[in-house]
Write a protein that binds this ligand. Structure first.
Ligand code: BES
Ligand code: MN
Ligand code: MN
Length: 461
């Protein structure tokens, strides 16, 4: 047997290999949204399964779902110890627009201490650091907790088959807390722990005018143009204060305490750098709220895509028959996606001017989540970050959505710790997605401490 190395020495000696392994994982184009990649998605799951087996995990399983498979594994060292369920996802967003990448999305490169590839941060890099943390802990001695891993392949398409899995595997998934690294921190020198996620209601609208595309000279001016109509309808969904005009939209929005708001106001958020990073002259949003508040504790409505009519080369004078848009609303506690979807649908239909017909089709949704800070798991996470970053992490809500987090609570009765190591500037879902090597290695260093401190905190009550 190899002599036991301290975790930091072991990490130091194996850094290069860890990075090579992550690069191999990132080479696999596990795009869950694209059926043409179904084989790649499966191969990625198999790669993770094999990797977990090699790391000495038990009961490693490729679990079939109604869609892409997920990988389950566990290491039960002592039933008397607390159990941590680690969740992550190995599927990634589509990489397009390809022409905006400086290097191909599935040919990872390291540049300026950052690893560039689709999925580098969201979530392969952040998921994989848990596997490496597991490796680190295993070589240092017996695990301080029991570990269960659940790595899914459908997060980016709404985790539609996960609810059935949670119900079916309820016994097997029994744990004391869920640990997830799929969010971001404020900055590398300002660690934070995510304490809330927004929910989501996502739908598609179709507005039909005349029964076919028309000559815009012959008919223009007399027949309602569905694209013009759709633009009006969308524009009216927000008022000049940035508030959403759907009746009842704000009814269930929980008010955030003044304490939490003033804590947010003290977070080291650099508005100037934020604007510079996005090349915008000013930010915009709901009146009366800061940028951080607008992206976390307030609900939003955004058009994700809009199309119709002629969009090819040159000009074609046409009055189109149809117009479409994809619209998403980010929700906050205690808004319910089903309720919001219904309110939107009713209101949007009522906006349709004479001469148009509207169809609204809901896509996926998800509940918002807030995670408490007054429990052993949060204390363990804060202590772990404090130890590795040298700073007390700031509890901060996030604007993104991970619908499964609410289901962990509803189905398994488990709280989640969102211990993310990414940065908002990592360009997740965008061209040139990347993950800092600092962040990858910090994660590997921090996670074993979380487990150790969690065991301690649970012992001490
Ligand atoms: N990891 C993200 C969510 C996230 C990103 C949370 C950054 C906090 C900070 C996740 O993979 C994601 O992209 N979720 C989707 C929702 C899903 C239903 C497609 C999202 O937020 O758009
Ligand atoms: Mn993710
Ligand atoms: Mn994502």
């Amino acid at each position: 047997m190899d002599p036991v190395l301290s975790p930091s020495t072991y990490l130091q000696e194996n850094k290069a290999r860890f990075l090579d392994e992550l690069i191999a994982l990132l080479r696999m184009p596990s795009v869950s949204a694209n059926p043409a990649h179904a084989g790649d998605v499966r191969n990625t799951a198999l790669w993770i399964k094999t990797h977990l087996e090699q790391l000495g995990a038990d009961r490693v399983e490729l679990v079939e779902t109604g869609g892409h498979p997920l990988v389950y594994a566990e290491k039960i060292v002592d039933p008397a110890l607390p159990t941590v369920l680690v969740y992550g996802h190995y599927d990634v967003q589509p990489p397009d627009p390809l022409e905006l990448w400086n290097s191909p999305p599935f040919e990872p490169v390291v540049k300026d201490e950052k690893l560039y590839a689709r999925g580098a941060c969201d979530d392969k890099g952040q998921m994989f650091l848990h596997l490496k943390a597991f490796e680190l802990m295993q070589q240092a001695g017996p695990l301080p907790v029991n570990l269960k891993f659940m790595i899914e392949g459908e997060e980016e398409v709404g985790s539609v088959n996960l609810e059935a899995f949670l119900r079916k595997y309820r016994e097997q998934l029994k744990a004391d807390v869920v640990l997830v690294s799929d969010t971001s921190m404020l900055a590398n020198d300002a660690p934070s722990i995510t304490t809330g996620l927004r929910g989501l209601s996502y739908l598609e609208v179709e507005v039909t005018g005349p029964n076919r595309d028309l000559h815009s000279g012959v008919y223009g001016g007399a027949v309602r143009n569905p694209i013009n109509a759709l633009s009006h309808m969308i524009a009216s969904l927000q008022d000049d204060q940035g508030r959403i005009t759907i009746p009842g939209f704000y009814n269930d929005v929980a008010t955030v305490s003044e304490d939490e708001r003033s804590a947010m106001a003290r977070a080291p958020f650099d508005l100037k750098a934020y604007k510079a990073h996005l090349a915008i002259e000013d930010v915009a949003g709901e009146a009366g709220y800061s940028t951080l508040e607008r992206t976390t504790i307030r609900p939003t409505l955004d058009v994700n895509g809009i199309w119709g009519g002629y969009t090819g080369e040159g000009a074609k004078t046409v009055l189109p028959s149809k117009a479409y848009a994809k619209i998403s609303m980010r929700l906050v506690p205690n808004q319910k996606p089903e309720v919001i979807t219904a309110l939107f649908t009713e209101h949007f239909k009522s906006l349709a001017p004479a001469g148009t017909k509207v169809v609204v089709t809901p896509h996926h949704g998800g509940d918002p989540a807030v995670t408490p800070t007054d429990n052993p798991a949060y204390r363990a996470a804060a202590r772990a970050m404090e130890a590795t970053f040298g700073k007390t992490p700031i509890p901060l809500r996030s604007g993104g959505s991970i619908p499964i987090v609410a289901l962990f609570e509803q189905i398994l009765g488990l709280k989640t710790i969102l211990l993310g190591f990414g940065l908002d500037s990592d360009a997740i879902h965008s061209p040139n997605e990347h993950f800092g090597l600092f962040n990858f290695y910090k994660g590997i260093e921090t996670v074993p401490l979380f487990h150790q401190f969690f065991a301690e905190e649970m012992r001490n009550g």
